[in-house]
Design a protein around this ligand. Structure first.
Ligand SMILES: C[S@@+](CC[C@H](N)C(=O)[O-])C[C@H]1O[C@@H](n2cnc3c(N)ncnc32)[C@H](O)[C@@H]1O
Length: 279
């Protein structure tokens, strides 16, 4: 099967990636098990909201592209906002997020495209968009939507990854001969990444904080790598291996020595604020 040239911007690939909670959970779990360095992202997001929002407890907070609700849950527990609005394009992700947040949370769940948010102007004190702007064909439009829904003095916390994330895995897939062009494929994060996020945001909302953190990953061996690669739409690998971690692991083992694999990804946190209010 031929890989899409921009898988994370391809509507059909996205629909497949987020058609149920299982694939995203498998991807996240393989990465979490490999992580050796880097703070928990949802905790950093909550810390930034608490640090930069004058009155977090009375706030309405939107979590855009909420996925399985990992950051939404930590925001509810740590920020304790008056209301949390979890937004995602995928009904399946919202179902998972709803069940993980529980019925007593102050959360509302909205299915929408973050390029056109069905939320009133100036209705949120904070808007989080974590690991989702790289799915936006028009990230500036999403940033204008965020600026529109923030109240004066409101803040946005944006989180993305570097374009060179998991580079060692591209090289491994190429070395195994599973996709000869793996090392030249366009980054999954090309739309909004560590290197362009500030330049995209600054003309729309004044920046107040940017930080980059290198996350390091050590996969225990080819089985572990295959568990992650099976969830990736990036490569043009044979159809029988795509999405099948044990077949992929066997194919990798037949071609490469089984050994730990080390890789990195830079995670970027950006905070910007709508001027006005008490800020
Ligand atoms: C990798 S998940 C991120 C989940 C969560 N924010 C986190 O940090 O764990 C990306 C999410 O963005 C959502 N998404 C992608 N394009 C979207 C769009 N145009 N509008 C709203 N959500 C979108 C996907 O459905 C998916 O749930």
């Amino acid at each position: 099967m031929t890989a899409s040239p921009h898988p994370f911007l391809d509507a059909a690939v996205q629909a497949d990636l987020y058609r149920d909670g299982a694939r995203l959970a498998a991807r996240t779990s393989a990465l979490h098990q490999a992580k050796t360095c880097g703070r928990a992202v949802a905790d950093v997001i909550a810390d930034l909201v608490i640090r930069f929002l004058p009155e977090p407890r009375t706030a309405v907070v939107a979590d855009l592209g909420c996925g399985r609700g990992t950051s939404s849950r930590v925001l509810v527990e740590r920020v304790r906002p008056r209301r949390l609005i979890a937004v995602d394009a995928s009904a399946a992700m919202l179902t998972v997020a709803r069940s993980r947040l529980g019925s007593r949370s102050p959360a509302a769940f909205v299915q929408a495209d973050f390029h056109h948010l069905p939320l009133p102007d100036a209705s949120c004190a904070a808007a989080v968009a974590a690991f989702c702007l790289y799915h936006a064909p028009a990230p500036r439009l999403v940033l204008w939507e965020i600026a529109r829904l923030l109240e004066p003095g409101g803040v946005t916390v944006l989180v993305t990854k570097s374009t060179d994330s998991y580079r060692a895995l591209d090289l491994l897939v190429a070395a195994a001969g599973l996709d000869a062009h793996a090392a030249e494929r366009v980054s999954l994060y090309a739309s909004a990444h560590s290197g362009n996020l500030a330049a995209l945001t600054a003309p729309i909302l004044p920046l107040i904080h940017v930080e980059h953190e290198e996350h390091r990953f050590s996969f225990t061996g080819l089985d572990h790598v295959a568990a992650y690669l099976a969830t990736s739409p990036k490569y043009d690998i044979p159809a029988g291996l795509r999405g099948h971690s044990s077949a992929l692991a066997a194919a990798l083992r037949a071609r490469l020595p089984d050994a730990p694999v080390h890789t990195t990804s830079t995670v970027t946190y950006l905070v910007a604020a709508r001027p006005g209010g008490t800020r």
